[in-house]
Design a protein around this ligand. Structure first.
Ligand SMILES: Cc1cc2nc3c(=O)[nH]c(=O)nc-3n(C[C@H](O)[C@H](O)[C@H](O)COP(=O)(O)OP(=O)(O)OC[C@H]3O[C@@H](n4cnc5c(N)ncnc54)[C@H](O)[C@@H]3O)c2cc1C
Length: 514
């Protein structure tokens, strides 16, 4: 892999956007003197090359934004945790032409059975061309997203931890752990749940601390499979989060409740696993030769703000919650998808005044909802009689298609509707990958631009054609005359009137070109 070099001076978009002054933002230092500052070599520095940071870098590069990703680890993560990509994330991958590449590395599974692990099949006719779950190792998805970002021209520097920053009215000076200073217009903290950027920003992270902790790892075992199966079945009757599953090549994936909650950031030892297995199963199954060992808790927290001036947060840096339902990575990648085009518009100079702030307005409530559904799911996993009774009742209720559908649409994020004001139900929702005369709709969104899909063949995107594509297609399978899609695939306008369309093009895409 190579990283292209950017010129040392900012390009001609310099000075196109000045949306606030130091005095407007709490905690923002005034610039000492413009002459003392290093040149703005980058438009955006992203702290953290996890899935959120890599996705954001790629989205920004679609708009020629100069991006540097700083990653504190020298090597990509090696431990193989299988994560699930849910429907909306798969749709995003299709919208950027990445889906085929990703499908090669994952296993498709039915989309149902994810709410509190209640084993119900997905409702029929889910409104998506990609109505399945893709199980894929997290390092693989991270690698593919990083590769995509680099192919598009992002620079990724590994072994560089962001240790400090200072923002002023023109940009952010970012300091690395070794003391090196870099300068950019914006800094985005995609640096995970223990985010340095969030802490330095002084943004509150209220919520609940971990109440339980779980050990998770991969290792070999010293007993036959039949013995394992019998024990696991017996323990599952106690409803404890416990599994020992073959993972291939003699390796088993082991999940076992920890003895308590620890403050330690370092991973558990094989001996910790053996002790917990003996306590819960009465045997340690002769486990040996661990590949990796890890622990995770059920802390649930949400950043109070996603933006302070020129510094923004996304992914786990902005929200953490237990992994039940497999939503964290999906949520982070979707944050990046929402933020990318807006930040690019700000930097390119065509963003309407409030566009960047719609990132928090839209994504904070989505995260609040995910946190709440994980809280509910954790209660439903409790072994106490009350929650077990509620679980039985919900299991019955999920036989009603609408209940099942509502929960699946929540977990898979296809039920999201942003508040764009009054209008038909489709307004603010994402549009599914419908057939159009040129193939699939999502195939037309690879460049991360807006799209007017016009069944009347009468409208035009006029002065916005540098930001918004136009497709006249009377045969498109839609029950409305025209839709305006944002670059993230959400429906920003529905109608057939040119003046009304122009008003909405201005609202989302700024002033028309001369
Ligand atoms: C057991 C388990 C199972 C899970 N299963 C699923 C699932 O099925 N589906 C799902 O969607 N999610 C799942 N998740 C959650 C998912 O792993 C996270 O939500 C996801 O990794 C968040 O991505 P991120 O890029 O926001 O943060 P991270 O993946 O944490 O990446 C942050 C990056 O920032 C780097 N970094 C940190 N500090 C600095 C710094 N100061 N400077 C520079 N770089 C820095 C880190 O090294 C890291 O590479 C699971 C989590 C666990 C624990």
């Amino acid at each position: 892999m190579h990283s292209p070099q950017f010129p040392a001076e900012p390009p001609s978009n310099d000075g196109v956007e000045h949306d606030f002054t130091a005095g407007d933002v709490p905690g923002l230092r005034s610039p000492a003197s413009g002459a003392d500052r290093a040149p703005l070599v980058f438009d955006v520095i992203i702290a953290g090359c996890g899935p959120t940071g890599a996705m954001l870098a790629a989205e920004l590069r679609l708009h020629d934004v100069r991006v540097l990703v700083l990653e504190k680890e020298t090597e990509p993560k090696s431990f193989v945790r299988i994560v699930g990509l849910h429907i909306r994330s798969l749709e995003l991958m299709a919208m950027r032409g990445l889906l085929d590449r990703i499908l090669e590395h994952g296993r498709q599974r039915p989309a149902g059975g994810f709410f509190a692990a209640i084993p119900k099949p997905a409702p029929k006719g889910l409104d998506s061309a990609h109505a399945y779950l893709l199980g894929i190792p997290q390092p693989v998805i991270e690698h593919l997203l990083e590769e995509h970002a680099i192919e598009l021209g992002a620079q990724v520097r590994r072994g560089c931890a962001v240790a400090g920053f200072e923002q002023d009215d023109e940009g952010v000076t970012v300091e690395l752990a070794g003391g090196e200073q870099l300068r950019s217009r914006y800094l985005i903290g995609c640096d995970g749940g223990r985010s340095t950027v969030r802490k330095l920003l002084g943004v509150g992270f209220p919520g609940e601390p971990s109440r339980t902790e779980t050990l998770m790892g991969e290792m070999e075992v010293g007993v036959p499979q039949e013995e394992i199966t019998a024990k696991v079945t017996e323990i599952h009757e106690t409803h404890q989060p416990f599994w020992l599953r073959p993972f291939g090549e003699g390796v088993y994936s082991v999940v076992v409740p920890a003895a308590g909650v620890s403050d330690r950031a370092e991973p558990p030892t094989l001996e910790d696993f053996k002790q917990r297995l003996r306590t819960i199963a009465g045997t340690d199954f002769g486990v040996h030769s661990p590949r990796w060992l890890s622990r995770f808790g059920d802390a649930t927290r949400l950043a109070e703000r996603y933006r302070v001036g020129r510094v923004l947060l996304a992914g786990d840096a902005a929200h953490i919650h237990p992994p039940i339902g497999g939503q964290g990575l999906n949520l982070g990648v979707q944050d990046a998808f929402n933020l990318g085009w807006k930040l690019a518009a700000q930097i390119r100079g065509w963003a309407p005044e409030t566009l960047l702030d719609t990132y928090q307005a839209e994504r904070h409530p989505v995260a609040e909802d995910v946190l709440d559904n994980t809280r509910a799911q954790m209660e439903l996993l409790s072994t106490e009689p009350g929650p077990r009774a509620v679980r039985r009742l919900l299991t019955e209720l999920m036989d009603f298609d609408e209940v099942n559908r509502h929960l699946i649409e929540k977990i898979t994020a296809i039920g999201i509707r942003y508040d764009f004001g009054a209008g038909p139900d489709l307004l603010g929702r994402r549009l599914r990958d419908i057939d159009v005369k040129q193939g699939h709709l999502y195939g037309l969104l690879h460049r991360g631009r807006g799209l007017l899909l016009d069944r009347t063949e009468r409208l035009t995107v006029g002065g916005w054609s540098d930001r918004v594509d136009y497709l006249a297609d009377p045969t498109a399978v839609l029950d409305v005359p025209c839709v305006l899609l944002r670059p993230d695939g959400h429906v920003a306008w529905i109608g057939d009137d040119q003046q009304d369309l122009d008003d909405h093009l201005s609202r989302w895409f700024g002033k028309p070109a001369d």
